[in-house]
Every structure is written in structure tokens, then in C-alpha cells.
Design a protein around this ligand. Structure first.
Ligand code: G3H
Ligand code: 13P
Ligand code: ZN
Length: 355
């Protein structure tokens, strides 16, 4: 099946009222796990690749792994998305590699540490939007900085994310500014800041409205009902996966992620793309730990990877079901990039902005 754009996929999700998990991939095992889960429940797929993943696996390897996934799972539409592009150059290099969607994260400067100015974000996101749309690919922007509302800190686990302490003004997307941003950049999807952050340590208790501002989703959706919203940092960090990790020698302090019911509530208010990396990492790491502790003579990497893939497949399948994307792969026929480019140029994909 042809590769699908993020825009077409999210338009379909909006039409039929579901959300899509967007899983980060770095290697063959993660791609197979995601694809097996999708095939089991007939869900379309977004595979997102960070800059870190691109340098870990190398662009040729990523490209070929995606081609292999397409060949092995011909009935599943796949969107290949650049996660957290830090510059126009990064996004262009992804488009050159055949990505059908790019995220230009202009909420931070290119170092991915310093919060940027609004003008910078507008300029860089518009420029990426123009080049992506000219070839029919999609663009996701970000307004507001990801980070914890209780501590004011961005995510540092992976060595990127805002440094220093941020104010609530920086950490919460302003709905009025979102209207201006979307009309001036023509992004296909907008990542909003609402108290979520990357990594395992998002909340130090089950989150309530003081630390997880779901009201931002509703406020942005009210002003931009046709806009596709993206929740980053949306792993749920399930208790059972924390327990397995710790039971087999891990040392993860008790932590809380984004509850599934909050994501499901967000899906009612325009959230269409839900970014998940940490849960997949935890699912695999727990299974690998279990083998290393219970089978101490084992040294065949496949014996570690098979249960790791199974654990991640179970997780992905659950998310497809919980977010409602299950059952939708067979209802979508991907449009070509050329067709999408024509639609952008004749204005039929302009975001309708209401205020
Ligand atoms: O953007 C956050 C994702 O979890 C990707 O992390 O940069 O370590 O691949 P990464
Ligand atoms: P998690 O760390 O919550 O999985 O978030 C991943 C993400 O937002 C990738 O862009
Ligand atoms: Zn993210």
C-alpha cells in the first residue's frame, strides 16, 4: 500500500472520531511490534523517527526498514513522520528521504534547549510548511513548551527539552495565539503544551488538573474545531510495566504518566495524534530484564528480543483499541503526494480558522 500523509490520516480520524497513537521507532524489533499489532486490529500506523533515531540507525537503514514494513504488511497504511525536527534543514532532509510528514518543533531553538521567540517559531514553521506542502507532505507545528507544571522543568532524560525553569505562560499553549499561529503557518496539526513532558517522570502523583491541563485542549478546540491536535509526552507509564521492570532488577522510582481516560477525553476534543515512546521502551526493557534474570545462561539476542517484541505488540494493540483507530486501516485509500500537493495548491486543505 502507498505511504500515507499525516494530513490524510488525521482528516480520516477526525471524520470518524478516533485518535492515532504515534509510536517512535529506532530498530527492526519496534517496527515489527507496531506493525503486527496494527495488522491484528486493522489500524493505520504512524511511525515517527526522532533525530536521535535517525543517527542511531542511519537514514538508509530507516528507509529500508520502512520499505520492508510496507512489503510485509501491504494492507496497513503507514505514515512516516519526522519527530521533533529542530530546523528547516532537518525537516527537508526527512522529506528527501521519503517521509510523508515532518514536525517542525519551533517552540525551541535549533539547539532544542532554549525556548524560542514566537516570531522565530512562525517563520521557521511557515517555511517548512511551504516546502512540505509543495510536495504534498504534511507538517506538524508546536506552540508552547513541553514541561512539568509543578516544577517548571522540561524533559532532560534524552538530553533534549527546555533547560531552566519555565513559567506557566511558556508551558501552556495560549488558545488565542494558536488561532494566529495556525492561520499564519497553515500547519496540518498542532502540538500543544499542557503539562505533559517526555520520558518516564512526568508526574509525581496521579495527575489532576493542576499538573495536567486538559482544559487547554478544550480551549484550543473551541477556537479551532477543524484543527488536528497532537499530545506529546503521552505515555501512560503503566503500573504493571513499572512493576515488571522493578521486579527483575530495575530501579525505577514510582512515577505516573498520562491516564488513558484523559487521552480518550482529549480525543473527543480534537486530539488526533498521541505520541508514545516511553511506554514502548518500558515494555521492551521489562521483558529483556525478565529474561536476563530468569535465564541467566541465555546469550542468544533473539531470546531477549522475542518477548520484548511480544510485550510491545501487546501494548501497541491496546493503544489502537483504546484510541479507536482499530478497524480503520481497511477504510482508507492513501492519496499520492502529487494528489495532496494539488489539494494544497488549490486551497482545499486550508485550515478553517474560526475565532
Ligand atoms: O522526542 C522524544 C522521543 O522520546 C524521542 O527520543 O530523541 O531519545 O529518540 P530520542
Ligand atoms: P513519551 O516520552 O511520553 O512517550 O512521549 C514521546 C513523545 O512525545 C515523542 O515525541
Ligand atoms: Zn514529543
Amino acid at each position: 500500500m502507498a505511504r500515507i500523509t499525516l494530513r490524510q490520516l488525521l482528516d480520516h480520524a477526525a471524520e470518524f472520531g478516533y485518535g492515532l497513537p504515534s509510536f517512535n521507532v529506532n530498530n527492526m524489533e519496534q517496527i515489527i511490534a507496531i506493525m503486527r499489532a496494527a495488522a491484528a486490529v486493522d489500524s493505520p500506523v504512524i511511525l515517527q523517527v526522532s533525530r536521535g533515531a535517525r543517527s542511531y540507525a542511519g537514514d538508509p537503514m530507516v528507509r529500508k526498514m520502512i520499505e520492508a514494513a510496507e512489503e510485509m504488511f501491504p494492507n496497513i497504511p503507514i505514515c512516516l513522520h519526522q519527530d521533533h525536527g529542530n530546523s528547516a534543514e532537518t525537516c527537508q532532509s526527512a522529506l528527501d528521504q521519503g517521509y510523508t510528514s515532518v514536525m517542525m518543533d519551533g517552540s525551541l531553538e535549533a539547539d532544542m534547549k532554549s525556548p524560542s521567540s514566537y516570531e522565530y517559531n512562525l517563520d521557521v514553521t511557515s517555511a517548512v510548511g511551504t516546502s512540505a506542502h509543495s510536495i504534498g507532505a504534511s507538517v506538524e507545528g508546536e506552540l508552547g513548551v513541553l514541561g512539568r507544571l509543578d516544577t517548571g522543568t522540561g524533559e532532560q532524560e534524552d538530553g533534549h527539552g527546555a533547560t531552566g525553569v519555565l513559567s506557566h505562560d511558556q508551558l501552556l499553549t495560549d488558545p488565542d495565539q494558536a488561532v494566529d499561529f495556525v492561520s499564519r503557518t497553515q500547519v496540518d496539526a498542532l502540538a500543544i503544551a499542557m503539562g505533559t513532558s517526555h520520558g518516564a517522570y512526568k508526574f509525581s502523583r496521579k495527575p489532576d488538573r493542576d499538573v495536567l491541563a486538559m482544559s487547554v485542549v478544550r480551549a484550543v478546540h473551541e477556537r479551532l474545531p477543524d484543527l488536528h491536535l497532537v499530545m506529546h509526552g503521552s505515555s501512560s507509564v503503566p503500573q504493571d510495566l513499572q512493576d515488571i521492570f522493578n521486579e527483575f532488577g530495575g530501579q525505577m522510582p514510582q512515577t505516573w504518566g498520562v491516564p488513558i481516560e484523559e487521552i480518550q477525553e482529549g480525543i473527543k476534543y480534537g486530539v488526533r495524534k498521541v505520541n508514545i515512546d516511553t511506554d514502548c521502551r518500558l515494555a521492551m526493557a521489562g521483558a529483556i530484564r525478565k529474561v536476563s534474570v530468569t535465564k541467566r545462561d541465555e546469550f542468544d539476542p533473539r531470546k531477549f528480543m522475542i518477548p520484548a517484541m511480544e510485550s510491545m505488540t501487546d501494548l501497541c494493540r491496546l493503544r489502537y483499541e483504546q484510541f479507536g483507530s482499530a478497524g480503520n486501516a481497511s477504510r482508507i485509500s492513501p492519496l499520492s503526494l502529487t494528489d495532496m500537493a494539488k489539494r494544497y495548491s488549490n486551497g482545499s486543505l486550508d485550515q478553517r480558522v474560526t475565532s
